[in-house]
Design a protein around this ligand. Structure first.
Ligand code: PFF
Length: 458
């Protein structure tokens, strides 16, 4: 079976695909709104530290496991640690994929709707009126048919890409969409900086305001560092499993992290320069993208063009991430159950779409199966994955290497493709231990908070 395993067509193709997974709604929607609410540059510094210590070690760990085994998560853990419970870490990854893609697909649908609204000049009625923009957004996401319709289109596009395979689907589309995302964001950032008053947005994003940074901002930054580089659910294991031994995994991981961080910063620049130039509220939180931007873009010359480009790039970022999540599920059924790619993608793409319909309807459209938890099913899925599933998956992956696989064998695989560059076993081990300990503390803190109502930090 492994002889026929698909491979990436080129080194660059793999990096675009992996960076495409990392760069998503998290970079363009979540990061700027989090930074805006949590001390600007102060949050950015904490976020960078988290990415470099925790993110980098675990991205490398996932890539090494994938390339070594040439299998997706469940098979990968089983191959290195046969007949043990470690395969459950792989199953946790597949489960996380279901959970994340169900709500991610809903947001993907909202973005599609906003592209169309922008193109047809619908934002012009919202010009300078965030309250009206808020009403329009809320009315849309709490309705039943509209959001589901767009979510189904978004998920169909995901299925369409994944059915075409690793090289002909994921790689081909990532190679087209990633450069477009970078160029469009660059253009929007320059547009923002050159607006009168735009520079204030830069100091808002980069100048540290430590007084706004709370302990919970640190917890937030750490949780986000998992989500933003697609860690903890085996996406990088799966993408790594299509690599050959010539690829330098350290430099690949650095590229992925660099592109992910650079694009989050660029998104922050594009958004905050525009927000400041037009006198809107920068600390709006999640409403920044779907409420504030539609109310300020029409005030710019060529507003329809700028807002449409913005939502197109957001759509591409969402799609390149969503396909990587679907690929984890598809690869599981191909590797472990021997299914064809087409059958696995169609069946499980549809199941996730149906779960996503329940996420969408839970926002006000009629059915909320998480009502007993006191939150919407949509929020429950988001909370479950970013607070528990991804951190637990990432932590267990680091522990797996330290405790089960062993740093020596791990380093043998990591060194392949590195052309003799030196990395010390001890250093790598320390990074993995630190990463696992920090994450363990954060998970414990969250559990303590939910059970006692008090947090140790945050
Ligand atoms: N990294 C994506 C983002 O920042 O939007 C989200 C994501 C993709 C999370 C893939 C997890 C994953 F496996």
């Amino acid at each position: 079976m492994s002889n026929e395993r698909e491979q990436w067509g080129s080194k660059l193709g793999f990096i675009f695909a992996a960076a495409g997974s990392a760069v998503g709604i998290g970079n363009i929607w979540k990061f700027p709104s989090m930074a805006g609410e949590n001390g600007g540059g102060a949050f950015t510094i904490i976020y960078l530290i988290c990415i470099l210590i925790v993110g980098l070690s675990i991205v490398i760990a996932e890539l090494v496991i994938g390339r070594k085994t040439q299998l997706s998560p469940v098979g990968a853990f089983e191959k290195i640690a046969p007949n043990s419970n470690w395969k459950w870490v792989g199953f946790l990854g597949v489960a996380s994929a279901f959970v994340i893609l169900s709500f991610y697909g809903v947001v993907g649908g909202w973005i599609l709707k906003y592209i169309i609204d922008s193109l047809f000049g619908e934002f012009s009625n919202l010009s300078g009126n965030p309250a009206a923009a808020g009403e329009v957004f809320n009315a849309f996401i709490t309705s039943s048919l509209g959001p589901v319709f767009y979510q189904i289109i978004f998920m169909s596009l995901c299925i369409f890409v994944i059915i075409q395979g690793v090289k002909g689907g994921i790689e081909k589309w990532s190679k087209i969409m990633m450069p477009v995302i970078i160029v469009l964001l660059g253009v929007l950032a320059i547009r923002g900086i050159t607006l009168d008053g735009g520079m204030q947005g830069l100091s808002f994003l980069f100048k540290p305001r430590f007084e706004d940074l709370t302990a919970s901002s640190i917890v937030l930054a750490l949780g986000h560092s998992f989500f933003t580089v697609s860690l903890g659910m085996g996406t990088m294991i799966t993408y790594g499993s299509y690599l050959n031994k010539k690829q330098n995994l350290l430099s690949s991981a650095l590229w992925v992290i660099f592109l992910d961080t650079a694009i989050a910063m660029l998104a922050g620049v594009a958004i905050f320069t525009t927000v400041f130039a037009l006198g809107a509220n920068p600390a709006e939180g999640p409403g920044l993208i779907f409420i504030i931007l539609p109310s300020i873009f029409p005030q710019l010359a060529g507003g329809i063009l700028w807002s449409t480009l913005f939502f197109i790039l957001l759509f591409m970022a969402a799609l390149t991430s969503a396909i990587s999540i679907l690929e984890v599920v598809t690869a599981y059924f191909i590797d472990q159950k021997g299914w064809s790619r087409k059958k696995a993608t169609l069946q499980f793409g549809s199941v996730i779409t149906i779960v996503g319909v329940f996420c969408s309807l839970s926002l006000g459209g009629g059915i909320n199966i998480a009502a007993p938890l006191g939150m919407s099913f949509f929020d429950a899925m988001d909370y479950l994955s970013s607070k528990y599933m991804l951190p637990i998956g990432g932590m267990l992956t680091a522990i797996f290497i330290i405790k089960k696989w062993g740093i020596k064998d791990y380093m043998i695989e990591l060194r392949k493709g590195m052309n003799g560059a030196t990395v010390q076993d001890g250093l790598v081990k320390v990074f993995l231990i630190v990463a696992a300990s920090i994450v363990a503390f954060i998970i414990f803190n969250e559990i303590y908070f939910t059970t006692t109502g008090k947090a140790l930090i945050g």
